[in-house]
Write a protein that binds this ligand. Structure first.
Ligand code: L34
Length: 293
């Protein structure tokens, strides 16, 4: 069997389209939803992602700002920037792009973001609300994954979902969303990680396998059950002198081999990545509706 390819660009487009009437309704009230992204340092992947976020806002008639800062930025200076964004009426949502330089204490930074403007959904208040099933601003990548499954009518009800990776930005929250009571949830969730014994066997149990490890081609075909739904969250840059950019993007899943075994699979690029941006825009519109100024 060759898997059906889950087209993240198409789903992202449909989500962005669905935001248009909400943006128009806000504009009638004199509100232009505004997003700011803080970029510290010059990580090339972060620059790409942040630029894509700003461009996506422009296309939908939203306001956006990218605040670029040197890698030498101090914790105190970053907190000041956050406080000014908290107070900025043009900005309804903002984020501080990861990774951050080592002098910055990231969890400590997140606490300073006003929960109403926390469109990443990383503030402990929003994490807690999500965990009890009351999240208003859900983390973008995990929520994007749920939306992909929903769009393709892939039921999660009663399914074995295995999440490989336990990061705060993907692994833990996607597990929380899949295990909760409700539609597009009710899954039996296992979180596996680098210290899991028998990782291959654990992965093989999965009806839905979510790979968020950050290691190129880590999930091989022999770790995947026949007919499984495979969601690849990894975006790894691998050197490739034959390409114009000098690298190519590969996921955490050995796509070519695994697609012969899976029923559905997300590609990299064009899978989960575009959904992260679509859900960020969605959260920004939601934040603007909730803040209403
Ligand atoms: N604070 N930091 C914060 N929030 C986030 O939500 C992120 N993330 C992750 C990294 N750090 C963050 C992102 O924005 C990953 N991420 C992200 C966003 C967009 C894309 C990938 C990752 C994306 O657009 N991916 C395209 C390819 C882009 C390319 O050419 O490099 C894709 O099709 O997968």
């Amino acid at each position: 069997m060759s898997a059906k390819i889950i087209d993240g660009k198409e789903v992202a487009k449909s989500i962005k389209l669905s935001l248009k009437p909400r943006i128009a309704a806000l504009k009638e009230k004199g509100i232009v939803p505004g997003l700011a992204a803080v970029l510290v340092g010059d990580n090339p992947a972060s620059q790409t992602y942040v630029n894509s976020k700003a461009k996506a806002c422009d296309r939908l008639g939203m306001y956006s700002e990218v605040i670029r800062q040197p890698a030498s930025l101090s914790q105190e200076e970053l907190v000041e920037i956050i406080e000014s964004l908290n107070a900025n009426p043009k900005i309804h949502g903002f984020l501080v792009q990861s990774p951050l330089p080592e002098q910055i204490d990231e969890p400590e930074i997140t606490v300073h973001i006003s929960p109403e403007k926390d469109v990443d959904g990383f503030h402990p208040f929003n994490v807690g609300q999500m965990l009890i099933g009351r999240g208003k601003l859900l983390p973008c990548t995990p929520h994007g994954i749920i939306k992909l499954l929903e769009y393709y009518d892939i039921s999660t009800e009663g399914k074995e979902a295995v999440v490989v990776g336990r990061s705060n930005i993907v692994g833990k929250p996607v597990a929380a969303l899949l295990m909760q009571k409700g539609k597009m949830a009710n899954a039996t969730v296992t979180i596996a990680h680098s210290r899991t014994s028998n990782l291959s066997e654990v992965c093989k149990r999965a009806d839905i396998l979510i790979a968020a490890i950050g290691r190129p081609n880590f999930i091989s075909a022999d770790m995947v059950k026949e007919g499984a739904v495979v969601i690849d969250v990894g975006i790894n840059r691998v050197d490739d002198p034959d390409t114009e950019k000098g690298y190519r993007l590969v996921g955490d899943v050995d796509f070519e081999a695994v697609k012969e075994k899976a029923s559905y699979i997300t590609p990299v690029p064009g899978g989960v990545g575009p959904m992260t941006i679509a859900m960020l825009l969605s959260n920004t519109v939601t934040a603007a509706e909730n803040i209403g100024s």
